[in-house]
Design a protein around this ligand. Sequence first.
Ligand code: PHE
Length: 357
Amino acid sequence: MDDVDALLGELTEAISAADTLEALDAARVAALGKKGRVTQMMKNLGGMAPEERKAAGQALNAVKTQLAEAIEARKAVLEDADLDARLMAETVDVTLPPREERQGFIHPISQTIDEVVAIFGEMGFTVAEGPDIEADWYNFTALNIPPEHPARQEHDTFYLPREQDGQRTVLRTHTSPVQIRTMLDHKPPIRVICPGRTYRCDYDATHSPMFHQVEGLVVDEKTHMGHLKGCLIDFCRAYFGIDDLPVRFRPSYFPFTEPSAEVDIGCTRAGGKLSIGGDDWLEILGSGMVNPAVLENCGIDSTRYQGFAFGMGLERIAMLKYGIPDLRTFFESDLRWLRHYGFAALDMPSMVTGLTR
Ligand code: PHE
């Protein structure tokens, strides 16, 4: 018993002597840890006579409880001291002026993608994506632009070095290859839009070698030109927020659509300034009924299915809506430009309310 009393005295002293939380933990391990003094003595109980064991067991359990209490009490004291010390060290000078807070802005291209996705989303479209580096076949051949077709020259394509098997890859010149990928992966009905980066070797106030397009594709059994017109008229009016915006469809040519139509919207050109709405015309996108040859290239039965597709430049529609004069500035990463033309988060449009801004 004397042993137990002495042990209690010794360990209690170690606990009160601990002057940091780490030292206290070391004292706890030395007393009650797996190899601690009390634990060791508990192990010795097995070798004692029953009577002796009972008394010694009770005494050791009492010691354990007292030590645990002492540790808790000491811990509270040390934690308080710790907090006091931190409060003393970390004084706050409430007279200092606040730090300037920099708010981030949404880039006009991201904003435009969000707006376009929101508008087509309400019409039931989902978003599809594809790679920026495309096989020649997806970018051209499958879209009914065979090698040597003059349309290839018009695209000012960036070609990558030929692969070992002679295959040619390109930086996609439009988002139309995502149409091909979608039709190869999914059977109709299909209703997707494909926003993304596109590349052409061109650089001036309205062209940049990297720019963005959004493509649309609808394929179903009864899809017809009326759907194409209704869908694009609704889009143009919702995007520019003008309910009676004039929209016209002008015959055109794309190898992957037949018939094809360029879409013009009403505009006003006065004193060298262009504004949306009015009785002059401005081209904003290309469209058409998917050429049956393209459906067949993707394994879709063109006697059963037909569809329409459209594509437009995102910088172009952003420049028109937000009055941004030079396309190259989109990619110069000038923070003053971004602060001026950028958007606060959560500025989302809807077909019903338009963009609240
Ligand atoms: N891919 C065409 C372009 O880049 C646009 C387009 C897409 C036209 C879909 C018709 C249908 O010019």
